[in-house]
Design a protein around this ligand. Structure first.
Ligand code: PHE
Length: 341
């Protein structure tokens, strides 16, 4: 019986077959279990003689089963490891890569260009009060310019009983910078602004960059040079031509609107040359009242300020034509303009 069982154990090809052999030998109805049961029916002397033999048989069979099981499991593991071999020399599958959004990219470029001219970056809250957004910029409560801003107001006032709103431009950062740092001052303030307006060229949220210089003896020539230098660096062209038109903003006096010349290439406007004009920014000499609201003496300090739409600058630079696409988050659109892998 022993030799037969050991042969069967050796012949079991997998764990399931081995289990069948185990049940046939050691299970309740098994051959070895049957032998053990016979011990109860025989005389004590016979039991003394037969008992150890039968127990030794059960021992051997149990050991052989365990050894065979370990061998089978080891072989199964080896086979799996062999099948799962990873070839480290194969190229990895390409993963989709994210990239910097064109607006962020343009804001970074602008910060870098202005840093070269000695401007620091200033920030202010997007949830503003009407004093910083309007009053201190020389737009008192009844001022008609307030109505032109399509402002998003909050229902509740703040602790100073000021009306709260989403800032409609980055100009309140002019006031915050003067109050915080005094003069002289050379800052840009890039950021989000909000107006209740939406079509192909307007989104309710868009981006502006503000510039403010406060120093002694500042005049329009400084403003023109700064804007020319900035636009040449941004559009990476020497043939940038500017046209300054008299305009009106409550916070600058005099105020100038700045157009940049363009050439038509395949029906598209390309910045450079002067076949036609596009308005790119608003600017002017900081109004005396605004310098006062900033806590400075306008007889001692003068300055210029400008503000422009970052989204529009990005569209012009990269030849995009729908502003809304910037905020749709469509990866196909972004990758078309080289902004995603
Ligand atoms: N704040 C103005 C606007 O949003 C732009 C501007 C800024 C004009 C600074 C003059 C000086 O239209």
């Amino acid at each position: 019986l022993k030799a037969g069982l050991l042969d069967e154990i050796a012949a079991a090809g997998d764990v399931a077959a081995l289990e069948q052999v185990r049940v046939a030998a050691l299970g309740k109805q098994g051959s070895v279990s049957g032998l053990l049961k016979t011990l109860g029916a025989i005389s004590p002397d016979e039991r003394k003689a037969e008992g150890p033999k039968i127990h030794a048989l059960r021992e051997s069979v149990t050991e052989a089963l365990a050894a065979r099981k370990a061998a089978l499991e080891g072989a199964a593991l080896d086979a799996r490891l062999a099948a799962e071999t990873i070839d480290l020399s194969l190229p990895a599958p390409e993963l989709p890569r994210g990239s910097v959004h064109p607006i962020s990219q343009v804001m970074d470029e602008l910060a870098e260009i202005f840093a070269d001219m000695g401007f620091a970056v200033a920030t202010g809250p997007e949830i503003e009060d009407d004093w910083h957004n309007f009053t201190a910029l020389n737009m008192p409560e009844s001022h008609p310019a307030r109505a032109m801003h399509d402002t998003f107001y909050f229902p509740d006032r703040d602790a100073n009983n000021r009306e709260m709103l989403l800032r409609t431009h980055t100009s309140p950062v002019q006031i915050r910078s003067m109050l915080r740092h005094g003069a002289p001052l050379r800052v840009i303030a890039p950021g989000r602004v909000y107006r209740s307006d939406s079509d192909a060229t307007h989104t309710p949220m868009f981006h502006q960059i503000e510039g403010l210089v406060i120093d002694k003896g500042i005049h329009l020539g400084h403003l023109k040079w700064t804007l020319e230098t900035f636009l040449k660096a941004f559009f990476e062209r020497e043939d940038i031509v500017l046209r300054l038109r008299p305009s009106y903003f409550p916070f600058t006096e005099p105020s100038v609107e700045v157009d940049v010349g363009y050439t038509l290439v395949n029906g598209k406007r390309v910045v450079g040359g002067a076949d036609g004009w596009m308005e790119v920014l608003g600017s002017g000499m900081v109004n005396r009242r605004v310098i006062e609201f900033g806590g400075l003496d306008p007889d001692e300090w003068q300055g210029f300020a400008f503000g422009t739409g970052v989204d529009r600058l990005a569209m012009l630079k990269y030849g995009m034509d729908d502003l809304r696409a910037f905020f749709d988050g469509d990866v196909r659109w972004l990758s078309h303009y080289g902004f995603s892998a």
